[in-house]
Design a protein around this ligand. Structure first.
Ligand code: PLP
Length: 377
C-alpha cells in the first residue's frame, strides 16, 4: 500500500499510540476528579497543554482542547460573533476556505451576518487590496487559512494581521492552521493572530482532538456549555488519552520538519516534474506552498477516474478534500482559481507525510503511466 492522502488524515505516530493506550487502560481517571488518581491525570493533561503551548509559543492558558478543528472553528466563529455583536455584524473570509469555515459562515449569513468572500489569484493567494478595502468599523472578524488543503498555497497571514490591525484594531483575526502545523516552521509568535484552529489527526495525532488558541483578553462565548472543564470555554470531560497523544505526536512532527522541508519537498517536486512531462497541469505553486502537497489535473480526465484507478493498485490519493469529495467531485477551490466546471472535476491531490519515500513516488508515476495508457491519453 502507498498512502499519499495525508491532508485527509495521517496514521497515528506509534509512540503516541502507545501513550494513548496507556491513558485509556491504566491512567484513565477523570482529570476533574479531586482524588489523587484524578489529580495525577490532571497534571499530565496540563503538562500536555504546556508542551503544546511552548511549541506554539503562547501561554498554556490560551490553549483549549476540543474534539476536532471543525469544532474549534465553529466555536471561534460563532462565539466571537455572539460575544461582539455590539461591535458589528460583518465577517471577512476568502473564497478558498475549508467547508468548516464556509458552511459555518453560510449559516450565520442566514441569521443576518454579512459575510465578504475575498477573491484569490491563479495560485490561490488572497487579494490583499480587496481585503484591506473590505475592513470597516463594523468588521468583527477576519477568518483565513494559513495553508490550503487542496493545493497547499501558503497565505500571507503575517501581512494580513498587520493590515487588519492598521485598518481596525478591534477586528479579530482567526487563522485555520490545520494544514500548516507540522508541515512548515509554525508558531504563533511568527504567525500572529487572535484565534487559531488545529487538528491532531493531520499531524500523526489521533482523530477526536482539536486545539483552539484564544489570545488572552479576547472576547468569545463558548459553543458547548455544561461543566467547568477548559475554564468553561468547552464543557465535557476532556479526551485525556487523545490530548496526551497529540502532544507527543506534535513534538515528533516538529522533529521531522527538517525532513519535510528537504526530502519530502524533493519527492513532491519530483512528482510535479514527472506529472508535467505526462501532460498534467500543476495547480500548486511549488515555491509558495506546504512542502507535502501537490494539486494537479489532466485536462479532460475526471479526477475520480484517476483516484479509483490508483486505488485498485493500492495507491491512495484524493480528489477534493475528504469532507467534500462524497458530495461533489468538483473542486470549489479550482472554480475560485478561475477554472471551468470540466477542469474543476479533474483535481487530484497528492499529500505526503514524513513516512513517505522516493521509491513510493517512482511506483506511483509508473502506475499512473499505465492508467493513462489504458485511457489512451
Ligand atoms: N480546516 C482545514 C484547512 C482542513 O483541511 C480540515 C480538514 O480537512 C479542517 C479544517 C477540519 O478538520 P477536522 O477534520 O479536524 O474537523
Amino acid at each position: 500500500m502507498i498512502y499519499f492522502d495525508n491532508n485527509s488524515t495521517t496514521p497515528v505516530n506509534k509512540e503516541a499510540a502507545e501513550v494513548i493506550l496507556k491513558y485509556m487502560t491504566e491512567l484513565y481517571a477523570n482529570p476533574n476528579s479531586i482524588h489523587s488518581f484524578g489529580v495525577k491525570v490532571e497534571q499530565d493533561l496540563e503538562e500536555a497543554r504546556k508542551n503544546i503551548s511552548e511549541i506554539l509559543q503562547v501561554l498554556p492558558s490560551e490553549i483549549f482542547f476540543t474534539s476536532c478543528a471543525t469544532e474549534s472553528i465553529n466555536t471561534i466563529i460563532r462565539g466571537v460573533t455572539r460575544a461582539n455583536k455590539n461591535k458589528g455584524r460583518k465577517i471577512i473570509t476568502s473564497s478558498i476556505e475549508h467547508s468548516a469555515v464556509i458552511n459555518t459562515l453560510k449559516d450565520l449569513e442566514r441569521n443576518g451576518i454579512e459575510v465578504i468572500y475575498i477573491n484569490v489569484d491563479k495560485n490561490g493567494v488572497i487579494d490583499l487590496k480587496e481585503l484591506a478595502d473590505s475592513i470597516t468599523e463594523d468588521t468583527i472578524l477576519v477568518s483565513l487559512m494559513v495553508a490550503n488543503n487542496e493545493i497547499g498555497t501558503i497565505e500571507p497571514v503575517d501581512e494580513v494581521y498587520k493590515l487588519i490591525k492598521k485598518k481596525n484594531d478591534e477586528t479579530y483575526f482567526h487563522i485555520d492552521a490545520v494544514q500548516a502545523l507540522g508541515k512548515i516552521s509554525f508558531d504563533l509568535g511568527k504567525y500572529k493572530c487572535d484565534f487559531a484552529s488545529f487538528s491532531a489527526h493531520k499531524f500523526h495525532g489521533p482523530k477526536g482532538v482539536g486545539i483552539l488558541y484564544k489570545k488572552r483578553g479576547t472576547r468569545m462565548y463558548p459553543l458547548i456549555t455544561g461543566g467547568t472543564q477548559e475554564k468553561g470555554m468547552r464543557a465535557g470531560t476532556q479526551n485525556v488519552a487523545g490530548i496526551i497523544g497529540t502532544s507527543l505526536a506534535l513534538q515528533k512532527a516538529v522533529e521531522h520538519l527538517k525532513y519535510m522541508k528537504s526530502e519530502i519537498k524533493q519527492i513532491r517536486d519530483y512528482l510535479a516534474y514527472n506529472l508535467k512531462e505526462m501532460g498534467a497541469q500543476i495547480l500548486t505553486p511549488l515555491d509558495n506552498s506546504i512542502p507535502n502537497t501537490l494539486g494537479f489535473f489532466f485536462p479532460n480526465i475526471r479526477g475520480d477516474i484517476i483516484v479509483n484507478g490508483l486505488s485498485e493498485a493500492g495507491i491512495y490519493v484524493s480528489t477534493t478534500s475528504a469532507c467534500a469529495s462524497k458530495i461533489s467531485s468538483e473542486s470549489r477551490i479550482m472554480k475560485s482559481l478561475g477554472y471551468d466546471d470540466t477542469n474543476a472535476k479533474g483535481l487530484v491531490r497528492i499529500s505526503l507525510s514524513y513516512l513517505n519515500n522516493l521509491n513510493e513516488a517512482e511506483i506511483f508515476i509508473n502506475k499512473l503511466k499505465n492508467i493513462l495508457n489504458f485511457l489512451n491519453y
